[in-house]
Design a protein around this ligand. Structure first.
Ligand code: AMP
Length: 284
């Protein structure tokens, strides 16, 4: 079983020992309730570095609703077992007072790229993400840090932050991992009941249909309108966005191009699902 550390000094002591041995170190930040998507990041970390640290911390500052935070799934012992089996060398599980001691007053905000999509739907969310990731990177000082393309906007924001703040780490994106029914793996999927799960698995199908329509010449606006209608018909309660934007800049696109990516966020009850696909990869 991998060692678990809870304090910054224990984390740094371990990292220092590895550094003295010349090891390269990967960090995988998570909020726990681990699934195969998270484990793929650990495996990528181990493929690219000698040691992999996984951090598990449910970060309150990135939640917009107290309810969502309160109901966020927590399964610490199972997470430790799963992370260890996937090859993690160290599990960093700080508590709230370690991450946000009394008097904590600093926030990291990455402008522009944070304002579209999830940033628009969840004000302040990405400030919370950028702040906690900056702290985790500075606490552990890894060589690389791995983030999933499932949260594509988050990955771009972290890359921008690291560049702008000159944090000496390489940010690496990892492919989105799906369940057997096509639904993007997410810790929040455990909150779906059987009926909601049936609705949820329509999301990637509707996205693929939209991509297929575009690949066969339908305009973006027509294909997106049909996709939104299909989400309503499938039983989604609220669609935050269903849009095509550039994978490089997140700027809106209205006609085909190599970077065009379809982004979606929709609620079933109070569970919010997100997904994205690169249109180029859906071409037959
Ligand atoms: P979370 O615990 O949801 O904050 O996610 C921690 C990391 O795992 C983030 O970099 C996510 O993008 C990544 N991740 C979550 N779900 C998936 C997935 N289905 N495939 C790939 N990476 C994922």
């Amino acid at each position: 079983m991998a060692n678990v550390v809870k304090t910054i000094s224990d984390l740094r002591a371990r990292v220092q020992t590895w550094r003295q041995n010349g090891d390269q170190i990967a960090l995988v930040p998570t909020m726990g309730a681990l699934h195969d998507g998270h484990l793929s990041l650990i495996q990528l970390g181990k493929a690219k570095a000698d040691k992999a640290i996984i951090s598990i911390f449910v970060n309150p500052t990135q939640f917009n609703q107290a309810e969502d935070l309160q109901h966020y799934p927590r399964q610490e012992l199972q997470d430790i077992e799963m992370a260890s089996a996937a090859g993690a060398d160290l599990i960093y599980m700080p508590d709230i007072t370690t991450m946000y001691p009394t008097g904590h007053a600093t926030k990291v905000m990455v402008e522009h790229i944070s304002s579209a999509l999830c940033g628009h739907a969840r004000p302040g969310h990405f400030d919370g993400v950028a702040t906690i990731v900056a702290k985790l990177l500075l606490q552990s000082l890894p060589d690389i840090a791995i983030f999933g393309e499932k949260d594509f906007q988050q990955l771009l924001i972290i890359k921008t932050m690291v560049r702008d703040l000159n944090i000496p780490v390489s940010i690496i994106g990892a492919p989105l991992i799906r369940d057997t029914d096509g639904l993007a793996l997410s810790s929040r999927n455990t909150r779906l009941n059987a009926n909601e799960r049936e609705i949820a698995k329509r999301l990637p199908v509707i996205m693929q249909d939209c991509a297929a329509a575009i690949n066969s010449g339908t305009s973006f606006s027509e294909a997106l309108a049909a996709g939104r209608a299909a989400l309503d018909d499938a039983g989604f309660d609220q669609v935050d966005y269903f849009e095509i934007r550039s994978s490089d800049t997140l700027e809106a696109m209205s006609s085909p191009g190599k970077t065009a990516r379809l982004f979606a966020a929709a609620f079933i009850g109070d569970t919010r699902l997100i997904d994205n696909i690169l249109l180029e990869e859906t071409k037959p």
